[in-house]
Design a protein around this ligand. Structure first.
Ligand code: 5GP
Length: 207
């Protein structure tokens, strides 16, 4: 495990779980000055508003596979039939001098935790599947079929949240932001963190 004084935070949520807007808001906080966001490679198509090098590095499948072969990834996974990966170069470049935030699915989070056992895994839990569906519809990026697929995938993802250090209820933007600030900037420990996510809620969401 690399020697590093900085901390690594992985944030996951089901698709449409609102993590991108929360993370963007966190980075507007002056306390985020010693934080960097890891930018992943992906083979998925650019969505409206996606910017190369800011949201992702968009790669062809051929180039992504070549990088897999050359062992250039810390971790990679297939999500909704597209490849997503965190490159070793990206981590090396950004983690040396800053704390690092990675926005990954559960497969990536588990892989990162294996490599950096000090990594803090944060899962944003929606208050209900109905709420998640509403968000997926309102962001207007997915077809009705894709929304259904994302919802069924969401159940699986939420079932993986048990291994995370922090379960943050995302029922209200400001409250979730406050919790994330406590975790990232105030460094509250998982032990002291008063999660509003109950075992019952998780059970209901994955049923
Ligand atoms: P989206 O296409 O909606 O931006 O992302 C789809 C999913 O892929 C999200 O759950 C996101 O967190 C995850 N993801 C993004 N980058 C990576 C990565 O580098 N590795 C892994 N394992 N998942 C990623």
């Amino acid at each position: 495990m690399p020697e590093n004084l900085h901390k690594l935070f992985v944030i996951s949520s089901p698709s449409g779980g609102g993590k991108t807007s929360l993370i963007n808001k966190l980075f507007e906080d002056s306390r985020s000055l010693d934080f960097e966001k890891s930018i992943s490679d992906t083979t998925r198509q650019k969505r409206q508003g996606d910017v190369e090098g800011i949201d992702y590095y968009f790669l062809s499948e051929k180039d992504f596979k070549e990088k897999i072969q050359k062992e250039e990834y810390v971790e990679y996974a297939t999500v909704f039939k597209n490849f997503y990966g965190t490159s070793k170069r990206e981590i090396k470049k950004k983690f040396k001098n800053s704390n690092l935030v990675l926005e990954l699915d559960w497969q990536g989070a588990y892989a990162v935790k294996k490599l950096y056992d000090d990594a803090q895994l944060i899962f944003l839990v929606p208050p209900s599947l109905k709420d998640l569906k509403k968000r997926l519809i309102s962001r207007n990026l997915d077809s009705p079929e894709s929304i259904e697929k994302r919802l069924s995938e969401a159940k699986k993802e939420i079932s993986k949240s048990e291994k995370y250090d922090f379960l943050v209820l995302n029922d209200d933007f400001e409250k979730a932001l406050e919790d994330l600030s406590l975790i990232l900037f105030e460094r509250i420990s998982a032990f002291d963190y008063d999660s509003r996510v109950s075992k019952d809620l998780i059970k209901r969401l994955v049923e």
